[in-house]
Ligand binder design. Structure first.
Ligand code: NAD
Length: 495
């Protein structure tokens, strides 16, 4: 079957890139299959998309917020009705197994419901005044054209986290999806358009980071940038945005620790670790990549994890029995294999995995074995750098204090977890772990959209997606003072 050619979506029309260039995306489980052909866009395409979004902004920002929300609520139903098809598209484009792809779609449905209902809230604050006959309140207002740059690992969920709150707040949007998984963004936008979103409110420009992402960050008519991706790219986006005093929201890398105390239920830990370290082939920003385990239980726990890791069914995510899919592309596969090599050079013990899988049906995909290293010291690079693959580093410690110190001793701070039945230990860890998200007796993955999502240190810059905080990224506060005393009342003076 001939692969579909996806054109840029600008002002409600599908248009070819002005560069005249396209690029193919191939199925990472079988690279003989082209899943889509996309525009390799440049600055002119971004400028056209921003112009369309700017033109749509005055009318859209005037649509009452509850009406804007209704479109999202309707879109939620449309996405739900196409969940199976969209899951297949998502698995084909980035590799995660179908059951996980379904979770990605469900997250977008949840966000459409959550952001849609926000159209009827959008709460501000009212406070009493220090002065008589004076009323005061703060209200949210839309900002303008919002630029969104997304990665490939949660192609529908992350696009929805950014796009849906942005438009319910009354902004218009230009999105540059991750080049390895753009189809899911088209699927999401297709539902919004069918639900009644006017032309120009959402525009899609595909392409690579420097060619299509950077002109969006640099465009003077785009006052807000929301970016999710690696810390290196995020740092550049932040620098470029700062030159124009833009609001830049960054969600970046992680090196997420899971602490295990001696009183933990080891079978429960094993299940959690295997899911969080090897789910999505380790390509989650919240993946468990460091297992920080008390030495008293390290032996039996590692045995359980290794046994389960070795039995994981690795394969094409479209096959029902598959538990772990391929890595997203060849570059990522080489990078992960490079880290596995490095771990051995650094003196860690490779307890399982370590290699590429090429037998039979796996021959044309980017498959590698789930890999576990023991004897890892906190100073090793495999314990400090984001690998973004199915590689788990096991670090042994002797106390809760040491576990927390090791957990915090990295550049990142997205998600962290502790398994213990001791409420005191759990509470201490909850407060002391340097992370935006903490789990108790659950692994480092599994965020829900109703709570703020994001991280500290090199993971984020203080903004939070999802939860009520999502509205702060995409709206501007305005404080309003109404003096009905008929006389000049000087604040702080005429008390
Ligand atoms: P990436 O940084 O390579 O790319 C992210 C996006 O930025 C892509 O759309 C890319 O085209 C674009 N980009 C690249 N160079 C750019 C430039 N110069 N200007 C503007 N845009 C540019 O990241 P990736 O490989 O797509 O995703 C993996 C990374 O994302 C990992 O580090 C992971 O931890 C992180 N991530 C973080 C979260 C989170 O919420 N914290 C969620 C998912 C992924």
């Amino acid at each position: 079957m001939e692969a579909r050619v996806y054109k840029n979506f600008i002002g409600g029309e599908f248009v070819e890139s002005s560069t005249g260039k396209t690029f193919e995306r191939r199925n990472p489980a079988d690279t003989r299959e082209v899943v889509g052909v996309f525009q390799d866009s440049g600055a002119d395409d971004v400028h056209a998309a921003v112009a369309a979004a700017k033109a749509a902004y005055p009318a859209w920002s005037q649509v009452p917020a509850p009406r804007r929300g209704e479109i999202l609520l309707k879109a939620a139903e449309i996405i739900q009705s196409r969940k199976d098809r969209y899951s297949q598209d998502l698995t084909r484009e980035m590799g995660k197994p179908l059951f996980e792809a379904g979770g990605d779609i469900v997250e977008a449905i949840g966000m459409a419901q959550y952001a849609g209902s926000e159209g009827r809230r959008m709460h501000g604050v009212t406070t009493p005044s220090e002065l008589p006959n004076k009323f005061q309140m703060s209200i949210r207002q839309p900002i303008g054209v919002v630029g969104l740059i997304t990665p490939w690992n949660f192609p529908m969920a992350i696009a929805s986290w950014k796009m849906l709150p942005a438009i319910v707040c009354g902004n218009t949007v230009v999105i540059k999806p991750g080049e390895d998984a753009s189809i899911s963004t088209y699927n999401l936008v297709e539902c919004l358009v069918e639900a009644g979103l006017p032309p120009g409110v959402v525009n899609i420009v595909t392409g690579y980071g420097p060619g299509a992402g950077q002109p969006l960050v640099e465009h003077p008519d785009v006052p807000v940038i929301s970016f999710t991706g690696s810390t290196d790219t995020g740092r550049l986006v932040y620098e470029l945005g700062a030159r124009q005093i833009k609001r830049v929201s960054l969600e970046m890398g992680g090196k997420n620790p899971l602490i295990v105390m001696p009183d933990a239920d080891l079978d429960l830990v094993m299940e959690g670790v295997v899911w969080a370290a090897f789910g999505t082939t380790g390509q989650r920003c919240t993946a468990t990549s460091r297992l920080i385990v008390h030495k008293d239980v390290a032996g039996p726990l590692v045995e359980r994890i290794v046994a389960r890791a070795q039995s994981l069914r690795v394969g094409d995510g479209l096959q029902a029995e598959t538990e772990m899919g391929p890595l997203v592309n060849e570059k990522q596969m080489k990078r992960v294999l490079g880290y596995i090599e490095l771990g051995q050079q650094e003196g860690a013990t490779m307890r399982c995995g370590g290699g590429r899988l090429t037998e039979g049906a796996l021959a044309n995909g980017h498959f590698i074995q789930p890999t576990v290293f023991t004897g890892v010291r906190p100073s090793m690079r495999i314990a400090r750098e984001e690998i973004f693959g199915p590689v788990l580093s096991v670090i042994e410690v002797g106390s809760l204090d040491e576990a927390i110190a090791v957990a915090n001793d990295v550049a990142y701070g997205l998600s962290a977890s502790i398994y213990t039945r001791d409420i005191n230990a759990a509470m201490r860890a909850m407060l002391a772990l340097q992370a935006g998200i903490v789990y108790i007796n659950a692994p480092t993955i599994g965020a829900e959209i109703h709570l703020p999502f994001g991280g500290v240190k090199a993971t984020g810059n203080g903004h939070r997606e999802a939860g009520p905080t999502m509205m702060d990224v995409f709206s501007e506060w305005k404080s309003v003072y109404i003096d009905y005393s008929g006389s000049l009342q000087r604040a702080q003076i005429d008390l």
